[in-house]
Design a protein around this ligand. Structure first.
Ligand SMILES: [Fe+2]
Length: 170
């Protein structure tokens, strides 16, 4: 079972994961408006991943006999100055999500809830990948600068990203 504190924080996490999906969808729309279909595709896949993260918390709370609460989410930030701005904001957002996952992991550890610690371990690892993905794209965009052919090559590369469902089951 889960403590009330863990259930409350995990329910808030469902909201943050859904808010992430919302944010990446707004970013996808921005990239689509620039006709950068590869970037838009990359963010679309990211959106699907975030929904899957929300679902994992939803299922875990249920499985542990807790009560799921679905909160409302705010309108996402949708004004971007450039592609670089998109990925800098995405990176910032992922750092925030990492801090949320660490908070959950800290509570689970403090409460010696090994089932929750084990479940959250997947998210700890996932956040390493998420931050690295965004930072990697920031670095590539900085390298590309004003080079249009570089930008189109990267757009082509990002068009190949496919959604792969999470590797854990709850
Ligand atoms: Fe996530």
């Amino acid at each position: 079972m889960l403590s009330k504190r863990l259930i409350d924080e995990m329910n808030i996490q469902i909201m943050h994961e859904l808010a992430s999906a919302h944010l990446y969808m707004a970013m996808e729309a921005y990239c689509a408006s620039l006709n950068l279909d590869g970037f838009a595709n990359w963010l679309k896949v990211q959106t699907e991943e975030e929904r899957a993260h929300a679902r994992l918390f939803f299922d875990f709370i249920n499985r542990m006999n807790g009560e799921v609460k679905v909160y409302g989410i705010d309108e996402p930030h949708d004004k971007y100055a450039s592609l670089l701005d998109v990925f800098e904001k995405g990176y910032e957002h992922e750092q925030f999500v990492t801090s949320r996952i660490y908070l959950l992991a800290d509570i689970a550890t403090e409460e010696k809830n090994h089932a929750a610690v084990s479940f959250l371990k997947w998210f700890v690892d996932e956040q390493v990948e998420e931050e690295s993905n965004f930072l990697g794209l920031i670095k590539k965009l900085e390298l590309i600068g004003d080079n249009t052919s570089g930008l189109y090559m990267l757009d082509k590369e990002l068009a190949a990203r496919v959604y792969v469902p999470p590797t854990i089951t709850v």
